[in-house]
Write a protein that binds this ligand. Structure first.
Ligand SMILES: Cc1ncc(COP(=O)(O)O)c(C=O)c1O
Length: 432
């Protein structure tokens, strides 16, 4: 199952794994939990070495992908797997901002990330590069959909064997968006948390590289690039407030780590950044803990259309709560109806078709603004992490239909007149 590991290159910037609690050190292997403290393991870096290696100029002259930040990522190879992941647009919002009453809103659009249209391409590019370095030839994951898409696609590109595990009830677009790369797909009759538990058992006995289990310390570091890119795209400056979706909570905590690392090595000035998180009401264990002032997360059974963020027992929930609280942010949840409205609002105002996770984030952004929890002047970045073409079921029946006409001018004119009359009636009814 394993290949010969690739050996160390000089100037390596990452030094060891370390437990988040107690600081117990571990070697740079495929490990994810501390045997003494049972806390997750993280990658530790030599920041003096990073400071020596990078400058704003050297980063800007790097590849147009996440690998321009290679010094901050836990890979040694001079040839990381680069499928053009990252450097997605940071869009200054005009129409959505005006609709919400915000003056300084930006949208980080990972709905167009490469190759599979979600932020997961970032974490998987890092995880599979590291998997190759550690000698794994078979890679795997427990996924809510997007991760399976990314793992299958990038494994295909890298010529690695791939077996992914998903809940059996995922959206058709997510399943097809995995099968096309021809991995082995296990559709498990259960929810994500059951899939994850099964994968932990498989991982122990098959010697595979599970990107979000035994390779999790490396994989999760890929999300830091969502922090670096925003800072660079804002002109080497941090925003005042970010809003991002929460499933396991990893993405949220890694954006925080990314901003702090840029401050630590002197690439940006330090300033307070508020971190606000978004969950679907049908799976909101972190939002519930936040609202109730708890520092522990009570697992829930997911029941929401936002399947990609439906993790009932979030691995990094505790740390996400910590980040939101210490930065004076919030964690909110919204109903499925609000998620659909959020998807429509972003599409109609900005021309961005996001999936349910993005609908959740936009709906939470709106809710926080209405509650006075986001100041209109704050430079706010909202993270759109996935593409709506993969979750078309969610909006079916909630959007308009095409006007079917004959291939004749009069048929077109008749249909146009009818639709304008209907629009006028709608408008009159709305203003009564
Ligand atoms: C589109 C999308 N956004 C956000 C997330 C949340 O990621 P995390 O588990 O790092 O919180 C996921 C997780 O699968 C996702 O698919």
């Amino acid at each position: 199952m394993t290949q010969t590991p690739i050996k160390t290159t000089k100037g390596r910037t990452f030094t060891n794994l370390v437990s988040k609690e107690g600081g117990v050190k571990y070697p740079l292997e495929a490990l994810n939990v501390c045997e003494e403290t049972f806390s997750p393991l993280e990658v530790a870096y030599d920041y003096d070495e990073i400071r020596r290696q990078v400058s704003r100029e050297s980063i800007a002259a790097g590849p147009n992908s996440i690998w321009r930040y290679k010094a901050f990522l836990p890979v040694e190879s001079d040839n990381p797997i680069d499928v053009g992941t990252g450097m997605t647009p940071l869009v200054k919002s005009n129409r959505l901002a005006r609709r919400l009453g915000l003056k300084n809103l930006y949208i980080k659009n990972d709905a167009v990330n490469m190759p599979t249209l979600s932020f997961k391409d970032r974490v998987v590019s890092v995880a599979l590069t590291r998997a190759r370095e550690l000698g794994f030839s078979t890679v795997s994951c427990a996924s809510t959909g997007n991760l399976a898409n990314s793992t299958a696609a990038i494994a295909a590109h890298a010529g690695m064997d791939c077996c992914v595990f998903i809940p059996a009830d995922l959206e058709a677009g997510k399943v097809m968006g995995t099968l096309i790369y021809n991995p082995t797909v296990m559709a498990v009759k259960g929810n994500y948390d059951q899939v994850n538990r099964l994968c932990s058992e498989v991982g122990n006995s098959y010697g595979w590289g599970f990107v979000n289990i035994n390779l999790r310390p490396y994989y999760s570091e890929g999300s830091k690039t969502l922090g670096y890119e925003v800072a660079e795209q804002l002109g080497w400056e941090l925003p005042d407030h970010i809003v991002a979706p929460l499933a396991s909570g990893s993405l949220f905590t890694k954006i925080y780590k990314g901003f702090n690392e840029f401050v630590k090595v002197g690439l940006v000035d330090d300033k307070p950044v508020r971190f606000s998180g978004a969950q679907a009401e049908g799976c909101s264990p972190i939002a519930q803990a936040f609202k109730e002032g708890r520092d522990f997360v009570t697992p829930v059974k997911p029941n929401t259309i936002a399947k990609s963020i439906a993790i009932g027992n979030p691995a990094d929930g505790f740390y996400a709560l910590e980040v939101a609280r210490k930065t004076n942010g919030n964690i909110e949840s919204v109903t499925d109806a609000e998620i659909i409205e959020g998807m429509k609002l972003l599409a109609e105002t900005e021309g961005i078709f996001t999936e349910t996770a993005g609908g959740t984030t936009i709906a939470v952004l709106k809710k926080l603004v209405e509650a006075g929890k986001i100041n209109p002047d704050e430079k706010t970045v909202v993270y759109i992490t996935g593409n709506g073409l993969k979750t078309q079921e969610a909006v079916q029946g909630y959007i308009g239909e095409p006007l079917t006409i004959d291939p004749k001018l009069e048929s077109f004119e008749h249909a146009l007149e009818r639709s304008r009359t209907l629009e006028r009636l709608d408008w009159q009814q709305a203003s009564v």
